[in-house]
Each structure stands twice: as C-alpha cells, then as structure tokens.
Design a protein around this ligand. Structure first.
Ligand code: 6GU
Length: 226
C-alpha cells in the first residue's frame, strides 16, 4: 500500500512512521508513506497558499490552485483508490472504515488547515471526507496519522501475530475482555482462576462473557448498531 499525505506541515507527521510497528512496516516494504508540502506547489511570487474567504469572515482558506496542482501531479503518476480530505466535517472514523481502506492500493490524505480548503478542491478531487471524532484539532495532520496507523496495522505481515488484529476491540463490535500476565497474585489481586485452568473452552467462554459485560457497561451503543 502507498499513502501520499498532502499538508502544510509535513514534519509534524514524520515520527509516527519512523517508530516501532509502523517503521517496521515501512522497512519490510508493506507500506510506503510519502509527504508533499503544499508550499512547493505555490504559484505566486510570495509562495502564497492561503487567502481570505470570499464573503468575509474570520480565518484563512487554503487556495485551490496549489492543492489542485499537487493532487493532479500525483493522479498523473498512478491511480488512487480514494482521495481523502481530513476534516471534522467528515464521516467519523471507525473500524469498518479502516478495514475497508486497508484493502486498497493507493490513497491520498489531504490535511486541512486554517478555516479549510476552497470548495472547488473538494468538487474536483475529493472522494471521501474523514473526521477522527467530534472535537476540533489545529489541522488534519494528527488525524491523518491516526487514520494511517489504523490502516497500516491491518496490512498482512505488519503485526507479528496475524491473529492479533482479528481479536482487537471493535473488530467484532465488542470491547476487550480483561487480560493478565505473571505474577498470578499481585498486592492481593488474583488472576481469575479460569485463566490458569488450562481449559481452553472455559477460557474462551469467560473471555466472551467478560467482553459482553464490559461492552454493556461502557458502550451499549455498540450493540444498538448491530
Ligand atoms: Cl480530520 N481535522 C481537524 N482539524 N480536526 C478534527 C479532525 C480532523 N477530526 C476530528 N477533529
């Protein structure tokens, strides 16, 4: 998979891809992430990329031409499955969206900044708009990193134990059951006996019951979705 990320602040996003699991995914050639600085596509002598909104109002708007030039150049080089604008106005990211996007070849993420982008960029190029939740960030960059992480970890070979993505919280719309490792008693707190029993069926039943109990307590809305 290849992800091209367009932003005014690409440096803000480098370290997540240079660390730990995502770094390994890059090194193994399972994913490539390329950053593009909108400023490199500015056309006027001031290298301007934002301007005041028509109709007035506070804040600046990312200009259509630099973004169009950047996206058009990328599109001339390969086919993109989705061109995603990161914005609080978008569809809220969830596991279903991450799963779907993890099956495609090429993605563009456009990070919004200032008040947002000229509507004509959306009209010309954007195929999907994604938000990472109902709160506002200073820009789309951190959201783009969240989206990329949620996708790349699902690519075959990225996680050591391929099963581990399948048993995630949310993969079956249930939260995780409690997990333990040694020692079996710590400050008087005991690991549930069933986990030490060696009875695989009993363990699986307990884990499922606990997942249901915790989801019922914390996120009853996950059942209503079904
Ligand atoms: Cl994608 N961008 C911004 N600026 N804020 C957000 C967001 C995105 N998702 C949630 N909040």
């Amino acid at each position: 998979m290849r992800i091209d990320i367009i932003s005014v602040l690409p440096d803000l996003m480098r370290s997540p891809f240079e660390t730990s699991i995502l770094k390994r995914a890059m090194e193994k050639g399972l994913a490539e992430v390329h950053f593009h600085n909108v400023r490199d596509f500015a056309t006027n002598k001031h290298r301007q990329i934002d301007d005041a909104p028509y109709g007035g109002g506070a804040g600046m708007v990312m200009m259509v031409e630099p973004l169009d030039l950047c996206i058009s150049k990328l599109k001339s080089e390969r086919h993109y499955d989705e061109i995603i604008y990161m914005t609080p106005d978008g569809e809220t990211l969830n596991q279903r969206i991450a799963n779907k996007l993890s099956t495609v070849e090429n993605l563009i993420f456009l990070c919004g900044h200032y008040k947002g982008i000229d509507q004509r960029v959306r009209d010309l190029h954007i195929t999907k708009e994604i938000s990472i939740g109902d709160y506002v960030l200073t820009g789309g960059e951190l959201a783009a990193c969240v989206l990329a992480d949620s996708i790349i970890r699902l690519l075959p070979g990225v996680l050591n134990d391929e099963q581990s993505a399948l048993t995630d919280s949310f993969q079956d719309d249930l939260l995780s059951y409690p997990i333990y490792t040694r020692p079996d008693v710590y400050k008087g707190l005991e690991v549930p006996k069933v986990l030490l029993s060696g009875n695989f069926q009993a363990i699986e039943d307990w884990q499922h019951d606990e997942a249901i109990r915790i989801t019922t307590e914390r996120r009853p809305d996950l059942f209503e979705k079904k």
